[in-house]
Write a protein that binds this ligand. Structure first.
Ligand code: PMP
Length: 392
């Protein structure tokens, strides 16, 4: 029996550069002590006070079907957080709660793309982006963002890609590059989006992880409120990846239809999880800073380690929990480097090629292991790179 093109299109051809990740997992399962600097998962767990709130909510009976759009108090808390951070007037009618940012990305594309419409993504991109656009019926066109430009999109590339496109997916702070888009870049994106009548889907799930510069939400730019759907999540800001709770913030008529979509897909997010998310947001910035701090610390460790050499180049990450290392001087592709590093040193990093074409010759390092192990792994990676460069 034939399956739909949409479901078959969720994954691309081949392993998309994820072979090294699966190999690392298999080695680990076989008992090899692999240091995994691959996926974006904190090495701390959800704060016990959030778990207490979750437990109390469940014991208090919030275990039945929850309100599909999200509970009023959580939608209000998200709206107020967004209004405080961006200055844009926001009410619960602009918010729907989703099971994490990923389902929000899918829903946002479903709300804006008709079958065959072009959905733009910026390359390098987060692994699920092409499949998300295809799964929602769209055709993917990538906007190259080159390392020479700090991985920020440039007007000429975006203008060219925007012809005939319907949506543009933007992610700042960025996974995989660690770039935080500048005000100038965001203003350029807003101008092109308006000139080409694009919907902008703004993935801001790393908005609490800023190391340099500041986060500006595209929705806050002139003329963008009615064409921007912001995707947010508790995963990264509160180390709640497993709780699956996020949101979409957008114009009221779109949010009303997104709620309709939830009724036909997820039927909402469990009430006790929503109560825990509400509790977590209520703790304010102190808890967000506590969750973000280990990455700021490790970023500094990495900058110090990299200072002692000039083979591997790396622009300091401005945000998020990753850094991109330019290993082109070794003569290897990112994929060959990552595979060889795994074999030689049992250190797993992601090849730049897993994120599109613009980060070829790079590897992405997730700053998600304890400081000592992180520092040692980076030092080994640098020695390994030096050895490769010598024997090239
Ligand atoms: N967007 C980006 C850029 C991400 O890196 C991730 C997770 N790694 C997500 C969205 C989805 O996160 P979640 O579904 O856990 O909110």
């Amino acid at each position: 029996m034939e399956q739909s093109k949409r479901i078959l299109g969720l994954t691309g051809d081949g392993d998309d550069g994820w072979g090294v990740f699966y190999r690392a997992r298999a080695l680990k399962d076989a008992g090899v002590p692999v240091i995994e600097l691959t996926i974006g998962e904190h090495d701390i767990r959800t704060h016990p006070s959030i778990l207490d709130a979750m437990h109390s909510a469940a014991l208090a009976g919030h275990t039945g079907y929850a309100s599909v759009p999200g509970t009023a108090k959580l939608r209000d808390a998200v709206a107020s957080r967004i209004e405080t951070r961006t200055g844009v007037s926001t009410t619960r009618n602009n918010i729907t709660i989703t099971p994490g940012g990923q389902s929000a990305l899918y829903a946002a594309h479903t709300a804006t793309l008709n079958p065959g419409d072009i959905g733009l993504i910026c390359d390098p991109y987060y692994a699920t982006y092409p499949g998300t656009v295809r799964g929602a019926g769209g055709r993917v066109v990538a906007v190259p963002c080159h390392p020479e430009n700090g991985f920020q999109p440039q007007r000429a590339d975006l203008e060219q890609a925007a012809i005939g496109a319907k949506t543009l997916l933007v992610n700042t702070p960025n996974n995989p590059t660690g770039a935080v888009y500048s005000a100038k870049t965001l203003e350029m994106i807003a101008e092109v989006a308006q000139a080409h009548d694009l919907w902008v889907i703004s993935d801001e799930v790393y908005d609490t992880q800023i190391w340099d510069g500041s986060h500006l939400s595209l929705r806050a730019l002139t003329g963008m409120q009615d064409r921007t759907l912001v995707v947010g999540s508790m995963s990264k800001s509160h180390a709640m990846t497993g709780s699956r709770v996020g949101w979409i913030c957008g114009p009221e008529p779109v949010v009303a239809n997104l709620i309709n979509l939830s009724t036909h897909t997820t039927y909402g997010v469990p009430g006790y999880i929503q109560d825990a998310a509400h509790f977590a947001l209520d703790q304010g910035q102190a808890l967000e800073d506590e969750v973000a701090h280990p990455f700021a610390r490790r970023r500094q460790i990495a900058l110090d380690v990299l200072k002692g050499q000039n083979l591997i180049k790396s622009a300091p990450p401005q945000g998020a929990m990753y850094m991109m290392l330019d290993i082109r001087a070794t003569g290897l592709s990112g994929t060959d480097f990552a595979n060889a590093l795994l074999d030689a040193e049992q250190i797993a990093v992601m090849p730049g090629e897993s994120f599109g074409t613009s980060a070829a010759g790079h590897v992405r390092v997730a700053m998600t292991v304890a400081d000592d192990a992180f520092e040692l792994a980076l030092k080994k990676l640098i020695s390994f790179a030096a050895h490769q460069a010598q024997s090239a």
